[in-house]
Design a protein around this ligand. Sequence first.
Ligand SMILES: C[S@@+](CC[C@H](N)C(=O)[O-])C[C@H]1O[C@@H](n2cnc3c(N)ncnc32)[C@H](O)[C@@H]1O
Length: 276
Amino acid sequence: MDVGHFTPIEETALLTEYARALDSRSLRPILGDTLAGEVVGKIDYDFAGLGVIASVVCLVALRAKMLDERIRAFTTEHPDAVVVDLGAGLNSAVFRVDPPPSVDWYSVDLPAVIKLRDALLPRRDRSHSVAASLAEPDWTDAISGDRPTMVVADGLFPFLSERVVVAIFRHITDHFESGMFVFNDYGTVGRIKRFASLVTTRKRMFRTLYSQWGFGGFKDAHHPETWNPNLKLVEEAGALHEPDVALFPPMLRVGSRIAARFPASARNTRILRYQF
Ligand SMILES: C[S@@+](CC[C@H](N)C(=O)[O-])C[C@H]1O[C@@H](n2cnc3c(N)ncnc32)[C@H](O)[C@@H]1O
């Protein structure tokens, strides 16, 4: 499949899928998503030229695993649930989680990405695609709001403006009556950090990611509650504290265990979960 028409923001979906594919091919996979490898193999794109580094492979795989575990727990408790994956890209979480057959799963992304997703991922009953921009409130039009809902976002918010991020956080509880909202978070991402990443590497991966980075983030995990008091923080989990860090390559493992001791670096790889 040709993706030459993809915009830089749409291209970010290729990067995370490639990271999961690399993880699945490693000797000691963290996520082990073999479907990601199959999907990547069908796309005509210079994946190797991205220069994806080991830390990105490990962290993308680990955060997906952490999000999967939370979705699995929610859908096990609520077999009538709806799962909504915001900025789903090519992520095959619906196959990894394999929720009860009564769960409806919606994958929302920009039209070009959804077209590629529908062409490459296997069909599955009750798995639905929504081609829409999250910058507009109509992304929920086709999704019922009266069932227990798990809203998930993996690697999405850095690529939106703060105005759009806040609007999404508010729209979720306007539309969905009850549920959970879970996403990976990077803490605060200042201009200096972004600039440092640009000048210290020539890897195309960083250009793809950081040139599109639009959201400065927040330090205090309670901050989104000031945007929307209907959201209640119920979990802040650091990826670097997970036992799966033992599967990282040796140098990265040591570095991650040191980084986990510093709140600022631990925040860069956290999973946040809110109840509504
Ligand atoms: C880094 S990728 C992550 C994709 C996927 N969640 C994953 O884990 O592979 C960010 C995704 O957000 C999507 N995205 C960015 N802006 C969007 C918007 N305004 N509306 C919908 N999707 C958007 C991109 O198209 C891309 O698929």
